[in-house]
Design a protein around this ligand. Structure first.
Ligand code: CA
Length: 239
């Protein structure tokens, strides 16, 4: 049974989410205080976490980062719930490791659709051949990425992005096609979201100072490419 952890301090919203998720056949576990989140997540091992931004004691954004740094939880998909609607906050949430972002007030059917889309996105790919290109290796059975001898830590969305890029090395994939492949063509996701996750993927792959192999092609998209062709555009990293 798929277990969803609800991290939210508004009782009314917890009740609403719990009721609707259980009606859809999900098991739920609730945490209403920031300081309970890590112990509960570690003992319950949820399949997805709905994480409120404003929480007592520890803010959701810090928890998001903590979850991504914790070995047992690092692959857990996270949807941030927040009253903040500023674009900058959204990008911040995604860059701290969230996979999706829902602004309050939200409609329950919309949230359900996003949960289903995200769970589908991170489902293990059966009998998948391992992929390697240059010094990058994806081991699907262990859900692990290596760069040379180094273990690359990726969130679920970056893992899927890398998979699609690695399936067609040297080919430029448009942001639209990446959005469709990785996010399932969710109408709620903006093209800019692809850029944010590409930036995270690039940072993780080059973390030990390796050569940047993700090529940004102006108004065309992205490619993974070990050839020495000139990068058409220098991507700006504003964080
Ligand atoms: Ca709150």
């Amino acid at each position: 049974m798929t277990k969803i952890m609800i991290v939210e301090d508004e009782v009314g919203l917890v009740t609403l989410l719990k009721y609707n998720l259980e009606k859809q056949g999900y098991e739920t576990v609730v945490s209403m205080d920031g300081k309970d989140v890590m112990p509960t997540a570690l003992s319950e091992k949820p399949d997805l976490i709905l994480l409120d931004w404003m929480l007592p004691n520890i803010p959701g954004i810090d928890l998001c980062r903590e979850i991504r740094k914790t070995y047992e939880l690092r692959n857990t998909p996270i949807i941030m719930l927040t009253a903040r609607s500023e674009e900058a906050d959204k990008v911040k949430g995604l860059s701290f490791g969230a996979d999706d972002y829902v602004t309050k007030p939200f409609s329950v059917p919309e949230l359900m659709a996003r949960i289903i889309a995200l769970l589908r996105r991170v489902m293990p790919v059966q009998a998948q051949e391992n992929l390697s290109y240059g010094d990058i290796f994806i081991d699907f059975s262990k859900r692990r990425v290596m760069r040379g001898e180094r273990h690359v830590h990726l969130g679920p969305t970056e893992f899927r992005l890398l998979q699609f890029l690695m399936e067609k090395p040297g080919h430029v994939l448009s942001r639209e096609s990446l959005l469709k492949s990785v996010w399932g063509g969710s109408i709620h996701v903006e093209l800019r979201t692809v850029d944010v996750h590409i930036r995270r993927l690039r940072r993780a792959l080059n973390d030990a100072g390796e050569k940047d192999v993700i090529r940004t092609v102006r108004s065309a998209g992205y490619a993974i490419d070990f050839s020495d062709s000139e990068t058409d555009e220098i991507i700006e990293d504003t964080e």
